[in-house]
Design a protein around this ligand. Structure first.
Ligand code: FE2
Length: 205
């Protein structure tokens, strides 16, 4: 069987966002955790040839179309693949350190100020009980929203387009920050590549 989904190498060095996120965390997170989601997604899809060739976005956008026998595996591991792919792109070194242009205008119109947005987004990650993600998404009405999801659930499965995603699973921060999720969130926000988020925003519009 040909490979369905493949792990692409991290397009920058593991230590590229130190000290915010340490190299060993990045390496294990990418090479072990993300790789495992892909391996388990491929395994789930093995018995479902009619789904081969569909993009990860197509699979997650219509989970009801996935046969029940593999639906949860696709939701968890397909979500894990899509979410982490976005996460690596968001952390691409360089780029703007704050939102600008149309994205900034949209954030201000919904949240009032950039600080208010950052506060709401950070809080979504901080208050997610257990494992999950905080999101800035564009909904079907082209409106920006902040919320969190449990586990690896993707905003795509509820009809939203993820623009900014923050992994708050312990595996994303435990080596350096242990139980101090708030410190990781602050550090993560300091290394977000806002040019990439703006690109996502323009594409979604
Ligand atoms: Fe993760």
């Amino acid at each position: 069987m040909s490979q369905l989904f493949e792990l692409t190498p991290l397009p920058y060095a593991f230590d590229a966002v130190e000290p915010a996120i340490d190299a060993l965390t990045m390496e294990i997170h990418h090479d072990k955790h993300h790789a495992t989601y892909i391996a388990n997604l491929n395994k789930a899809l093995e018995s479902q040839p009619q789904l081969h060739g569909k993009s990860i976005e197509e699979l997650l956008s219509d989970l009801n179309a996935i046969p029940e026998v593999v639906r949860l595996a696709v939701r968890n591991n397909g979500g894990g693949h899509a979410n982490h792919t976005l996460y690596w792109e968001i952390l691409t070194p360089g780029g703007a350190k704050a939102p600008a242009g149309e994205l900034e205008k949209a954030i201000r119109s919904v949240f009032g100020t950039l600080d208010e947005f950052t506060g709401q987004f950070s809080n979504a990650g901080l208050t997610r009980f257990g494992s999950g993600w905080a999101w800035l998404v564009m909904d079907a009405g082209k409106k920006l929203k902040v919320y969190s999801t449990a586990n690896q659930d993707s905003p795509l499965s509820q009809g939203d387009i993820p623009l900014l995603g923050m992994d708050v699973w312990e595996h994303a921060y435990y080596l350096k920050y242990q139980n101090r999720r708030a410190e990781y969130i602050k550090a993560f926000m300091s290394v977000v590549n806002w040019d990439f988020i703006a690109h996502n925003y323009d594409k979604a519009m």
